[in-house]
Design a protein around this ligand. Structure first.
Ligand SMILES: Cc1ncc(COP(=O)(O)O)c(C=O)c1O
Length: 405
């Protein structure tokens, strides 16, 4: 056979470079190199035991079958209660769809609402899957720059200036990957006003909603007039350290939920039954909120170690993130190109980080570091970054980065 003829649409899909960098780092580790992982966007904690126990119980009790496509009714009820509690917006189970990972909600919303040629606004830098899926459905991604000078919050005046007659939807992400930026209530109200004025649908990616350092998360879904033109995209991955369980949930207008049900029937059939039962425990179990709080206390300490450590390195300027577990330091004054620095840090210093441009053109001059790692490892990683930038090869600095461990 002369090779498979791959459909054109596949060339429009992008990727998440975190997975590629992780694979590269694992190859180095297989050769005996020591690598500090600051590339991965996943909490390093174990899933809280009460949640794992609930899943085991569910399996023992026979939760091993297909479920309705949008989810088990009682779990949709519990999810609706959770969304109502978190956002203050009365939400009914018919508005809830459970999916194997929240990314599906974005994909399904785009498939349901967007025509080829439509424009979709998205944050830049932003989660790379946004532009990938917008391109995949044949629409045009339009970048809304996210700027450090604005505390990495979306600038609503800039957003407004980018709306054209072809703009159909807007993706918003708060707290944000990769910057840790968090929108204020005023920001959310101003974004809602633009969406309503221009009749835009909004995908509000709130997967980091529980990972806020000061104050409370403001959900765009909770702003007047938004529940009817918005999909609230959330999931269990980050708040309860459950990335591998693959469970996302969305709250949306019932009409859209029905289309997502059809898409689920045509793709995954349903999310795994036992993970759905585990979600009820995550939302309502007595120990679950305490587990989130304990994780946040740990993330707060790590954030301070990483921010202070990076700011002590000449040429590096690191803004303190208000949410999530990422920092997005500016490295322009070091003279390094961010992609070259990513490679040098991995290959010469043994630290896996991502170039800011992996998240869009406006990430030029920045790196993204995840602090989902122990304080000891983070300190080791920062020291290696400082040594490399100081022009001291790790082998000579005594940190032992390139020495087989
Ligand atoms: C901003 C953002 N949205 C969505 C996701 C996907 O999460 P899930 O595990 O629910 O698919 C991620 C994962 O890193 C993310 O960073």
């Amino acid at each position: 056979m002369s090779g498979l003829r791959i459909a054109d649409r596949m060339s429009r899909l992008g990727t998440e470079s975190a997975f590629e960098t992780l694979a590269q780092a694992r190859r180095l580790e297989a050769q005996g190199r020591d690598v500090v992982h600051m590339e991965i966007g996943e909490p390093d904690f174990a899933t809280p035991p009460n949640i794992s126990e609930a899943a085991i119980r569910a399996l023992r009790e026979g939760a091993t079958h297909y479920t309705p496509a949008s989810g088990i009714w009682e779990v949709r009820e519990a999810t609706a209660r959770y969304v109502t509690r978190q956002t203050g917006v009365p939400t009914v189970p018919e508005q809830i769809v459970l999916v194997p990972g929240s990314k599906n909600l974005l994909h399904f919303a785009l498939l349901s609402l967007i025509e080829p040629g439509d424009e979709v606004l998205l944050p830049d830098p932003g989660y790379p899957i946004y532009s990938s899926l917008i391109n995949f459905v044949g629409a045009t991604p339009v970048s809304v720059p996210i700027r450090e000078q604005n505390d990495f919050r979306l600038d609503v005046r800039e957003l407004r200036s980018l709306v054209t007659p072809r703009t159909r939807a807007l993706i918003v992400n708060s707290p944000a990957n990769p910057t840790g930026g968090v929108l204020t209530r005023e920001d959310c109200e101003a974004i809602a006003a633009v969406a309503i004025e221009h009749d835009l649908f909004v995908v509000s990616d709130e997967i980091y909603s529980r990972l806020i350092y000061d104050g409370r998360h403001v959900s765009l879904y909770s702003i007047d007039g938004m529940a009817e033109r918005c999909v609230l995209m959330d999931g269990l991955s980050k708040a309860w350290a459950m990335c591998g369980w693959r469970l996302g949930f969305g709250a949306m207008p019932v009409q859209l939920a029905q289309r997502m049900d059809t898409l689920m029937i045509n793709t995954s059939s349903c999310a795994a039954a036992f993970t759905q039962w585990a979600a009820v425990e995550a939302f309502e179990g007595a120990a679950s909120d305490a587990a989130v709080s304990a994780m946040m206390a740990e993330f707060t300490e790590r954030r301070d170690v990483v921010v202070d450590g990076l700011n002590a390195i000449p040429g590096v300027r690191c803004h303190k993130p208000a949410g999530a577990f990422y920092v997005f330091p500016n490295i322009e004054a070091t003279g390094w190109d961010e992609r070259a620095l990513q490679q040098a840090l991995l290959n010469e210093a043994g630290v896996a980080v991502l170039a800011g441009t992996a998240f869009g053109a406006h990430g030029r001059g920045y790196l993204r570091l995840s602090y989902a790692n122990s304080v000891a490892n983070l300190e080791k990683g920062i020291e290696r970054i400082g040594n490399l930038l100081a022009g001291t090869p790790p082998e000579r600095s005594g940190s032992g980065a390139a020495v087989p461990s």
